[in-house]
Design a protein around this ligand. Sequence first.
Ligand SMILES: Cc1cc2nc3c(=O)[nH]c(=O)nc-3n(C[C@H](O)[C@H](O)[C@H](O)COP(=O)(O)OP(=O)(O)OC[C@H]3O[C@@H](n4cnc5c(N)ncnc54)[C@H](O)[C@@H]3O)c2cc1C
Length: 454
Amino acid sequence: MERPRILVVGAGFAGVECVRRLERRLAPAEADIALVTPNSYQLYLPLLPQVASGVLTPQSVAVSLRRSSRYRTRIIPGGAVGVDTRAKVCVIRKITGELTDQAYDYLVLAPGSITRTFDIPGLTEHARGMKTLAEATYLRDHVISQLDLADASEDEAERASRLCFVVVGGGYAGTETAACLQRLTHHAVKRYPRLDHRQIRWHLIDLAPTLMPELGDPLGRTALEVLRRRGIEVSLGVSVAKAGPTEVTLTDGRVLPSRTLIWTAGVAASPLIGTLGAETVRGRLLVTPEMTVPGAAGVFALGDAAAVPDLAAGQEGAICPPTAQHALRQGRTLADNLIATLRHQPLRPYVHKDLGLVVDLGGTDAVSKPLGVPLRGLPAQAVARGYHWSALRTNVAKTRVLTNWLLNAVAGDDFVRMGLRASKPPTLREFEHTDAYLTPDQLRARTASRPAAG
Ligand SMILES: Cc1cc2nc3c(=O)[nH]c(=O)nc-3n(C[C@H](O)[C@H](O)[C@H](O)COP(=O)(O)OP(=O)(O)OC[C@H]3O[C@@H](n4cnc5c(N)ncnc54)[C@H](O)[C@@H]3O)c2cc1C
């Protein structure tokens, strides 16, 4: 008898955890497992700001999907660009650009999220996100190149715009990014005798009235104090009205001369979700507490891409926030539910009580709230780094990260520019491949001849 075909889309926190558990708990004869992923690594996203600031090398947060010979899942190198749940087919664009159809019996959708943008003039052309390894690596090169170019310029206006950096988004991603990159320029400027550190300006902007509201008031205030002490100008209740190549206009009327706009103002579910034509909640795929997709036989979804009910929140209609903490644990529960489906056993709802947040502001600065206990400074830093370190999936990744942290603490950074700065900087769309997906018409035309799958 043919084995049921399980297709997992996305090798992030959710997808990889699900696949590894399926491999461990299902005998090879019980199912064929395939994973669609554009890259051969799982990206440890929470450490991206440390890649951008040069504390960690890019390779150390790219955890190999082929590290062990026990990993028996077939990897399909590419991205899913459309799903027809009637015909049970997932259309994949391989890394060569070629389209291929993959039939499935069970589909696990874990494609994560993309940077959320708004209809702000110039935003998609001039802003850079912090969601991919390429974006983090590029940003580091870009920031160092601004110092190099400012140092070489005699034009005061050019110098000012090159030395002014704007980060939008006061959540943990934006706050960590601003804090870590400010440390980079603070230390790097000492190697540029023609530049004065007072010329460097960092701005952190958010429309919300507080930074990281999920941390609570006292810790949010501590983070704000740390940033302001370091000279980062934090503007709350403000957003971007317009972005251009050499300036950013804010909604309060200020015009900041700047050639660096880092956009971390939230995430939106992967555009793949839209191709299903299924019901969504704020763009995330509606799923049951067991993470099945209503009306789509054999389809499960989880992580940032899905609106998984948060049963532990004690609030009617609450959905899990888009965090690695939830994605990873959902991966485990989903694997168990998929196995239960194969074995005709009852499914289990996903329930997880949030363990808190850790925010690494670089150096010895951090705030964290593990299990509701507010921590600041070194203890918070130890918890933040310990948590991330232990969550890295392989021992070799743990060793790389630990070695990088030690080396950086002892020897600092060389601020080497790799030369990634292209004459035409890549846009958010190019970095995050948001235009790779099929339209509903293209998908229908491709799968129309297929019969409905049972
Ligand atoms: C800078 C930053 C800091 C963060 N810090 C924290 C933190 O401290 N704590 C925390 O809990 N969370 C943190 N998060 C959030 C956390 O990283 C996400 O919630 C988590 O990664 C979601 O897991 P996921 O598996 O749903 O998606 P991801 O981990 O993003 O994985 C999705 C995967 O799918 C792939 N993919 C995308 N589209 C397709 C496609 N069409 N076909 C195939 N594959 C596809 C992607 O390449 C990626 O590998 C942070 C995020 C960022 C950006």
